[in-house]
Design a protein around this ligand. Structure first.
Ligand code: DC
Length: 223
């Protein structure tokens, strides 16, 4: 069983993905953290993030592991725990650039298919369109730009107390533009995705709506 959750930054994908994985006893795979780990590997090397060939080659050989249960997932890069480091601003920015490189995407998609083969709740930008086009349920989660920026700011302030709303709004607008306009696997809702706008709704409300869709789908598959 694959449950795909795609959508722009700050729409609530991680929180809801974790909740669904816990409820359904499935693996939770946050594919954004893999692009973030590639970005960190680039920052720690002498490679320039715009050098498609060198970044693509690095992405295909770098050792990235995701482990642990939905609430305590750890990300390691070459055996080192980078779970917190990949949330820093420089990594966030670079991940948005390296994820536009086709060779990077190919390397990550291959790993994501392997990781998900026994079933998972997987979130990202291209799960329902590219990684698992036959996913049992596909959600496309979105929310107003301003609301997404507010949510991202609250998260960011945990690491960086001086983060401002204006900077976060600008950053999220920039990332939306890169996600939706890149040539390879742009962010778009799959034709058969359930589009949920979470603006003005509590996480619990959205979670219940998503669970209703999952149960209906599971019932129709069973029989
Ligand atoms: O979801 P996130 O913010 O942690 O993702 C980090 C970056 O990776 C973001 O700029 C979009 C990109 N990404 C992607 O292109 N495809 C995915 N499946 C997941 C993330």
């Amino acid at each position: 069983m694959i449950i795909a959750i795609d959508g722009p930054s700050g729409a609530g994908k991680s929180t809801l993905g974790r909740m669904l994985a816990r409820e359904l006893k499935l693996l939770y795979i946050d594919t954004g953290s893999m692009y973030r780990a590639v970005a960190l590997a680039v920052l720690e090397s002498s490679i320039n993030a715009d050098d498609d060939i060198a970044v693509g080659s690095l992405a295909s050989r770098v050792d990235i592991e995701l482990a642990g249960d939905p609430d305590s997932m750890r990300v390691t890069l070459e055996g080192e725990d980078v779970t917190d480091r990949i949330r820093d601003e420089d990594v966030t920015h670079t991940s948005s650039i390296v994820s536009t490189i086709p060779a990077v995407r190919r390397a990550m998609v291959k790993r994501q298919r392997e990781l998900g083969q026994r079933g998972a709740v997987m979130n990202g930008r291209d799960i329902g369109t590219v990684v698992f086009p036959d996913a049992m349920v596909k959600f496309f989660l979105t929310a107003d730009l301003e609301e997404r920026a507010e949510r991202r700011l609250a998260e960011e302030r945990e690491h960086n107390p001086s983060a401002t709303y204006e900077e976060t709004l600008e950053d999220i607008t920039d990332r939306d533009r890169r996600d939706t306009t890149r040539a390879d696997s742009p962010l778009v809702a799959a034709d058969d995705a359930i589009v949920i706008d979470s603006s003005g709704q509590s996480i619990e409300e959205v979670f219940q709506r998503m669970m209703t869709f999952v149960r209906e789908k599971a019932d129709s598959v069973d029989g």
